[in-house]
Design a protein around this ligand. Structure first.
Ligand SMILES: Cc1ncc(COP(=O)(O)O)c(C=O)c1O
Length: 381
């Protein structure tokens, strides 16, 4: 096995100056919910918003002087792009990042802000990789693989060292798996120090998924043997479970996690009965688009009964809408969104339809609101 404690310890020295040692915090509310003590390793607070800077910094620090002069290239639409770009900047190495068409503008700008040259090419990730290979050949750059590389794996493994050193009593560790660089490195570190730790890899559904950081990637030649040797269990999670975990982290711990960073919590809460505590969850990244976050919040509120959608029929006459909003106010709900449709063909000319989204206190309150409106004579559709 090519990546072990020795390589991970030297990676730690190589990255110490430019990578943060992120907090490892206990969560009382998540512990209560899960029924075991829960700790969170907050790699969403890492520089660039994910653990990727660890592997990239270690990989780049091992380049020869000649390779440094040639510069590096990577293909990525996400966290690897930013990790490589900042690692290169810190080591004064030129970087080129190929992103597929449609990569989010926020991610392009973040990567550019670290001084990388951005090339937009290809309809999808595979085509971007092809273009990166072409530039590698044409311009003599060094290609930095996102996970299937021993120096990358050793760099990600430093995260595992930090966890077992800070809390040697951790009994179960959950880590997201995409290509397996993170899980492979962390596994090699923690199992070397404590072979009894129960190690669980968590995977997301195939695309499209909220956990785009780990979507469709498959372990490679370097990472697969590590996962096979060290992982005790693999847990797949669903889209709904990921969305709920993102929301819980935000509401209970004020933590912004991207989908891939929330899968360990999703696995613990939905499939983790009987796991030994203390449990540690790696929150591997926090780079989530705010528009996606907004959709997750809304859907979460609907699911937990705190956002109520209603359609009400009212007479088409002046003051009728005011009467309805007044009634809703007295029932204690807050109007988040309202559409007053006077042109609906399905209603008689004397009636109009009002579609409402209401913020409420939960399922019991929802029942009071619908009963209250019916009592006041408002037909609900
Ligand atoms: C936030 C986040 N978590 C987890 C992963 C999975 O890492 P790996 O591909 O090394 O398994 C990624 C990969 O990009 C990621 O961005």
């Amino acid at each position: 096995m090519s990546v072990g404690l020795k390589e991970i310890r030297s990676a730690r020295e190589a990255i110490a100056a430019s990578v943060d040692r992120t907090p490892l915090v206990a969560s009382r509310s998540l512990s209560l919910r899960a029924g075991v003590p829960v700790y969170l390793k907050l790699e969403n607070l890492q520089k660039t918003g994910s653990f990727k800077i660890r592997g990239a910094t270690n990989r780049l620090s091992l380049l020869t002087a000649a390779e440094r002069r040639r510069g590096v290239i990577a293909a990525s639409a996400g966290n690897h792009a930013q990790g490589v770009a900042l690692a290169a900047k810190n080591l004064r190495i030129a970087s080129t990042i190929v992103m597929p068409e449609g990569a989010s503008i926020a991610k392009q700008e973040a990567t550019r802000s670290y001084g990388a040259r951005i090339v937009i090419a290809g309809k999808n990730f595979d085509e971007a990789v092809q273009e990166a290979r072409r530039i590698e050949q044409a311009e003599g750059k060094v290609l930095i693989h996102p996970f299937d590389d021993d120096a990358i794996i050793a760099g990600q493994g430093t995260l595992g060292l930090e966890i077992v050193e800070a809390h040697p009593e951790i009994a179960t560790l959950l880590v997201p798996i995409g290509g397996g660089g993170l899980a492979g490195g962390v596994a090699a570190a923690v199992k070397a120090i404590n072979p009894k730790i129960h190690l669980i890899g968590v995977t997301a559904p195939a695309r499209p998924t909220l956990a785009d950081g780990i979507a469709v990637k498959r372990p490679g030649r370097r990472t697969a043997p590590l996962l096979k040797r060290y992982l005790d269990q693999i847990i797949p999670v669903s889209e709904e479970e990921i969305a709920e975990a993102v929301l819980l982290l935000m509401e209970h711990k004020r933590i912004i996690a991207e989908g891939a960073g929330a899968v360990p919590l999703a696995a613990l809460l939905n499939h983790g009965r009987g796991l030994r505590g203390p449990v540690c969850l790696i929150v591997s990244g926090g780079n989530i688009d705010v528009t996606l976050l907004e959709r997750i919040i809304e859907r979460g509120l609907v699911r937990t009964g705190r956002l109520l959608r209603l359609s009400v029929v009212i007479p088409d006459r002046p003051g009728a809408l005011a009467g309805l909003t007044h009634a809703i106010g007295r029932l204690g709900a807050n109007i988040v969104h309202i559409v007053h449709d006077r042109l609906s063909l399905s209603l008689p000319l004397t009636e109009t339809r009002v579609d409402l989204s209401l913020e409420t206190r939960g399922p019991d309150h929802n029942r009071d609101i619908t009963a209250g409106l019916r009592r006041l004579g408002y037909p609900l559709l």
